[in-house]
Design a protein around this ligand. Sequence first.
Ligand code: TRP
Length: 343
Amino acid sequence: MVVDKKILYSGIQPTGIMTIGNYIGAVSNWAKMQDEYNCIFGLADLHAITVRQDPIEYRKRATSFFAQILACGLNVEKSIVYFQSHVHQHTELQWILNCYAYVGEMQRMTQFKDKSAKHEENINMGLLDYPVLMAADILLYRADLVPVGIDQKQHIEITRDIACRFNSIYGDTFTVPDGYFPTLGAKINGLQTPTAKMGKSDADPDNAVSIIDEPDVIMRKFRKAVTDCDRKVKFDLSEKPGISNLLTIMSALTGTPICELENDFANADYKTFKEAVGSVVVESFKPVRENYARYISDKSHLQQIASLGAERASYEAEKTLTKVKRRIGLVDKARRTIVAVEK
Ligand code: TRP
């Protein structure tokens, strides 16, 4: 990593589909930050097993997700891109951090409560411990900045709390990270339920658009997008959530301000407007689709990229983990501390 650059860490779980919302709100920003920061991107495949996954399906999906984040413009020469499960230091640090995290604070996390309600039959320890694994992800790499969706804010706060708690006992060990919550276009809603975030794991396949959907699928989903009966292309979140969402998508992808788009489509009917938004999405994601097709068709190259990423990640992670182990008084494997103690 480059010495005078700050460190940025982010992760994404390989569940559901990667949506244009994930791209606009998160992954497109990752690609842009690669020059300014030392960037590390983890595919959080250990987080995702807190809910049951079918093994065959999961392996395929995780591979596809890895190819998709690469296809969004991550440059593996500049950034470290890897599978979380390939770097054993994550779970090792998680165990240590567990001893500095309280059961009560984990039980109070909003996401834990939501997921427990949703998966009543499987409220496992991993679900409760999810934030500590995330803290380990971030703290291992001494990240300064963590770009995430606003729904992850509480997880960043708990990471900071754990880091500060540890530092106050053992002295400066962890970098206390800042969350970064992009505002513009950060929240893309569903096409069928425009009042709620476009979910990765939505039951209705027409609600979310994948970054690798084929053009005809994209167009069909946009033609079916829910609007209202007012017939005016105008931004109004409370009265016109559907149209506002479409305007947000178009603005985020073209860089044209929403007020300008309102002017452009002042005399257009909804069908024309929806098709225009669909076409922008088709065009904008053409490079992503093409990159993806290239990555996914060459599995051995993908494997090579993953191994290299894991090796580089592990090298960085080990530095932090060794330091942590020394701080808490574990006997050092390399430094002959047993001999020293005997003397
Ligand atoms: N929990 C995050 C999410 O669901 C994904 C994630 C895992 C992550 N580890 C991370 C994000 C570390 C940022 C940093 O969106």
